[in-house]
Design a protein around this ligand. Structure first.
Ligand code: FES
Length: 122
């Protein structure tokens, strides 16, 4: 029999807190949806960061979270669509733009993309 763990997600965008005992190994986003609790998502494949959260207590397993840098994972960010329950956890949703800027903001701060060199006509 699978162990269950208390998972709490504060949905900042909607101002709601969701909490449930979810089975170990379940994907958090899918498990909440199965209980009738929608949370933010888009790609559902660990790439876009629309489902990003900051883990405040506990941890999740997320080897498929390709959309997050190692650095952000180490800072406690996770992607709920590919985050598996492995213990009690408390997390809060993030703005997709916020996470995007954390990951890529330094690149954009270098300035705009330069115009391409005109191609010669043949
Ligand atoms: S929904 Fe796109 S990374 Fe989770």
């Amino acid at each position: 029999m699978a162990a269950f763990h208390r998972v709490t997600v504060y949905d900042r965008q909607r101002g709601k807190t969701h909490s449930a005992d979810l089975p170990e190994g379940a994907y958090v986003l899918q498990a909440f949806e199965a209980l009738g609790t929608p949370l933010p998502f888009s790609c559902r494949n660990g790439v876009c960061t629309a489902c990003a959260v900051k883990v405040l207590e506990g941890e999740v397993e997320q080897p498929e979270a390709l959309g997050l840098s190692r650095s952000l994972k180490e800072k406690g960010y996770a992607l709920l669509c590919v985050a598996k329950v492995c213990g009690a956890v408390v997390a809060e949703t993030q703005s997709e733009d916020e996470v995007y800027m954390l990951q890529f903001g330094q690149v954009f701060a270098r300035g705009r993309v330069r115009k391409a060199i005109p191609l010669e006509e043949h």
